[in-house]
Design a protein around this ligand. Structure first.
Ligand SMILES: Cc1cc2nc3c(=O)[nH]c(=O)nc-3n(C[C@H](O)[C@H](O)[C@H](O)COP(=O)(O)OP(=O)(O)OC[C@H]3O[C@@H](n4cnc5c(N)ncnc54)[C@H](O)[C@@H]3O)c2cc1C
Length: 485
């Protein structure tokens, strides 16, 4: 048995754990971080950047929202079904956190929106190399890791924590396993849980979110996110919260699809379910969470985006909507891209000469599809969609083959919720009082979305992780009466 001692133990070195580690070490406390993976950074290595409200970047550009406007919009969006004090604490701190990250060496480009109606809260990290994009936030994780090490934080990789130790109603350490399989007992005065949720646990996604992984949901599955921290917190008496997935929609395995084709398949054309019926105003598609909600209500949680040859020709020169993650403006050279994708036999994209053939290949009900297209084409001719009042500029008939269909399902960036915390990131016990010495942050404790991820505030997920990491650090320094500031 190996033994360690430190003031604070942090379970995991993802976005939240690393932020907490740097912030705790800056207070002058000793820190050990246990990380299950062989590298630090967690899910955040895949992302683009966190939310910031009233950062110097948004203020200098006169960008909305202010902190007060953001709080009101957030609580209106969630219908006050979430912890208002926690939301307020997170939003109010988020601008300052952008400045704190900059003080550590992180650089940001101009704050971005996710889709037209969303706020420009998304502070995209300027990566070491190339433009901001998927994985750009890995640069921030690298900087946080180095800063933590510089401040004397001990980071133990490939060393998953297995349980939290509680004695006399106080948290006093953790038990872990190191990469050689040795058992570790680590003593500390406070522990922060930051293990990133349950997004890779088939059983927890089924039990707590109601989806069957690989069947009716195809999330980004970040290896190791198995709900460890949530279960360990429950084991020492933590209250649970609502648990769900941070839903988006898409074709399975999106990173294997050529990005131009991927974007072509998310344009606001005709969307139907397996019955061949429309169920959404396709103008809503850029809000990937709302679209996922609507798809979740359909048969087999399945939807198809349909277009014809004439629409494909239009997309060769311009897309209707743009996306900041894959900023392609058209699918020039579509024939080549589509052929290569079909040859790869990855599936979920279909090309047919006739509607019969399309129905055959996709399993969409032919009679339903034929009727829907007839009605839809009449709406296009009239310039008014009686069913859903879809924006007129996106009303284009589906007339002549070839016909194209992309199959979409709910997807998710990860999970949401599990451990109940208050606005100080203290873990709340069954008696509704903080469990002494126990803190949680990031996805494990992220129960502020209500029923839908608030994509009107892009960057919320990583922003919540980093900000609650910092908040936990500040609470601990108060709890331990230890503050160098
Ligand atoms: C493709 C993709 C893109 C994204 N882009 C964005 C974006 O641009 N903006 C945004 O706001 N959000 C984005 N997100 C979400 C964002 O990355 C997460 O919300 C954020 O990283 C959560 O931080 P966290 O610290 O809670 O968890 P993570 O960053 O996932 O870290 C959790 C860590 O816990 C470790 N761990 C698990 N169990 C144990 C254990 N028992 N012991 C020790 N360690 C353990 C894991 O190995 C992992 O390193 C994206 C997600 C994905 C998948």
């Amino acid at each position: 048995m190996i033994q360690y001692n430190s003031d604070v133990i942090i379970i995991a070195a993802g976005a939240s754990g690393l932020s907490a580690a740097v912030a705790v070490a800056q207070k002058g406390l000793s820190v050990i971080v246990f990380e299950k993976n062989a590298i630090t950074g967690g899910t955040a290595n895949r992302g683009m950047g966190p939310l910031g409200i009233e950062s110097r970047h948004t203020r200098s550009r006169l960008f909305k929202p202010t902190k007060d406007e953001a709080f009101k919009a957030f609580m209106d969006y969630t219908h006050w079904r979430v912890d208002a004090k926690l939301v307020r604490a997170f939003l109010n701190k988020s601008g300052d956190t952008i400045h704190w990250l900059e003080s550590l060496g992180v650089e940001f480009v101009e704050p971005a929106t996710y889709f037209t109606e969303s706020y420009p809260t998304w502070h995209l990290v300027k990566p070491e190399n190339g433009p901001p994009g998927p994985g750009g936030a890995a640069t921030m994780m690298k900087i946080l890791t180095q800063k933590a090490l510089d401040l004397g934080v001990q980071i133990l990789l490939e060393s998953p924590v297995k349980s939290i130790i509680k004695e006399h109603e106080e948290i006093c350490g953790v038990k872990a396993i190191d990469k050689e399989g040795n058992e570790i007992t680590a003593n500390a005065k406070a522990v922060i849980i930051a293990t990133g949720g349950f997004g890779d646990s088939v059983s927890m996604v089924r039990e707590y979110a109601g989806f069957e992984m690989g069947k009716d949901i195809f999330p980004f599955r970040i290896e190791g996110l198995a709900g460890d921290g949530i279960r360990m917190a429950w084991d020492v008496g933590a209250k649970s919260t609502e648990m769900s997935m941070e839903l988006i929609f898409g074709m399975p395995d999106p990173l294997s699809i050529p990005p131009q084709l991927h974007e072509a398949c998310r344009q606001p054309h005709l969307m139907v379910n397996l019955l061949g019926e429309r169920f959404i105003d396709e103008s809503v598609l850029p809000n990937v969470t709302f679209t996922a909600n609507a798809i979740t209500l359909q048969k087999d949680k399945t939807a198809f985006l349909i277009f014809d040859e004439a629409i494909l020709r239009l997309m060769e020169s311009d897309f209707d909507t743009r996306n900041r993650v894959f900023p392609f403006t058209n699918i020039a050279n579509s024939e080549h891209i589509i052929k290569a994708y079909l040859d790869s036999k990855k599936g979920n994209f279909f090309v047919a000469e006739s509607l019969e053939d399309l129905a055959n290949q996709t399993g969409i009900d032919l009679a339903g599809l034929t009727q829907t297209i007839e009605n839809y084409n009449q709406s296009c001719e009239k310039g008014y969609d009686e069913l859903f009042n879809k924006s007129q500029k996106f009303l284009r008939p589906i007339s002549k083959g070839k016909f194209y269909a992309a199959r979409h399902f709910p997807s998710a960036y990860g999970s949401a919720g599990g451990i109940k915390i208050n606005e100080k990131a203290e873990v709340i016990g069954q008696d509704w009082k903080p469990i002494k010495g126990l803190y949680a942050s990031g996805t494990d404790a992220c129960s502020i979305y209500g029923d839908s991820y608030p994509f009107i505030f892009p960057g919320t997920s990583m922003g919540f992780a980093i900000n609650t990491g910092r908040i936990a650090a500040e609470s601990i320094s108060q709890y331990l009466n230890f503050d160098l500031d």
